[in-house]
Design a protein. Structure first.
Length: 279
């Protein structure tokens, strides 16, 4: 491991050596953002809440209570904290507000998610019919194939079904960690480095060339799918502990790609892994 700027964060040396452009200080939307410092700040802020949520989930899974009880709807008077206002709402008020909004009826309980920003046209599920393509962006030909696809949306998958950060024992030392390689591929593609250049690779003894044939305006809307909150990345440690994988994934995707994506008329979008409870 190699020490970086702050004693509280360690990033594995091979990751830094192969992907130096992903880290450091970047200018994003007119502001300077240091990725290492942001990882430290978010890890310290979110780790207690992540630990509490995972502890509650484990207790739920191990509970001997019948399934009908464990996964039942909340009681009408059970309360939940609004993460924006800090106000506590009963389940009855939440449901009533949902119904009021659906019926267009003004009430003190009426609500809807993200009422401040309209759904972006390229990410609107009702205006982009068709299949969504999901898959890795490493090796590079996988990213090229994704962008050549006629699918309206493409989800770069960093989820945990097949962890892109994992390398089996015996993997050659010159093989990059998939998660960081995929981030580097996305950054280079969005910045235009592969616009007119083929990617050449030898497969099964034959030299093959891959190229992006579609213009950027025709590319699917790009989403990133962070890993579940239980996944930790050993490649980055804060205060001696592996960081939750969702933190470097969301940060590296946003900070390295925001300028390129917004300049192309799209944005930074995430597909959030499924949730089981309001907590």
């Amino acid at each position: 491991m190699k020490e970086l700027r702050k004693a509280e964060i360690l990033i594995r040396e091979d990751v830094l050596h192969k992907f130096p452009d992903l880290f450091g200080t970047k200018k994003v939307n007119g502001r300077e953002v240091n990725i290492e410092q942001a990882i430290v700040a978010l890890t310290r802020e979110l780790s207690p809440e992540i630990a509490a949520a995972l502890t509650a989930r484990r207790a739920l899974l191990q509970s001997p209570a019948p399934v009908r009880k464990k996964y039942a709807w909340p009681k009408w008077e059970e309360t939940f904290e609004d993460p924006v206002s800090g106000q506590f709402w009963t389940f009855r008020q939440i449901v009533q507000g949902l119904i009021d909004n659906f019926l267009g009826r003004e009430s003190e309980w009426r609500w809807r998610l993200n009422d401040e920003v309209p759904i972006p046209a390229g990410a609107h599920p009702l205006r982009n019919p068709g299949l969504e393509l999901t898959g890795p962006w490493h090796p590079l030909d996988m990213a090229f194939n994704a962008l050549n696809s006629p699918a309206p949306m493409n989800m770069r998958d960093f989820e945990d079904a097949s962890p892109p950060h994992f390398q089996p024992d015996g993997t050659p030392a010159n093989q990059p960690v998939g998660m960081f390689a995929a981030m580097q591929n996305a950054k280079e593609i969005f910045e235009g480095h592969w616009a007119d250049s083929p990617y050449e690779v030898v497969k099964k003894g034959k030299k093959r060339a891959y190229k992006i044939y579609t213009s950027a305006a025709q590319w699917p809307t790009r989403f990133a799918r962070p890993p579940g909150m239980h996944v930790r990345y050993d490649h980055i440690r804060v205060d001696g502990q592996p960081v939750p994988g969702l933190i470097p994934v969301t940060l590296l995707w946003a900070v390295n790609n925001y300028e390129s994506l917004t300049h192309a008329g799209t944005g930074v979008y995430y597909y959030i892994p499924k949730m089981q409870t309001p907590q």
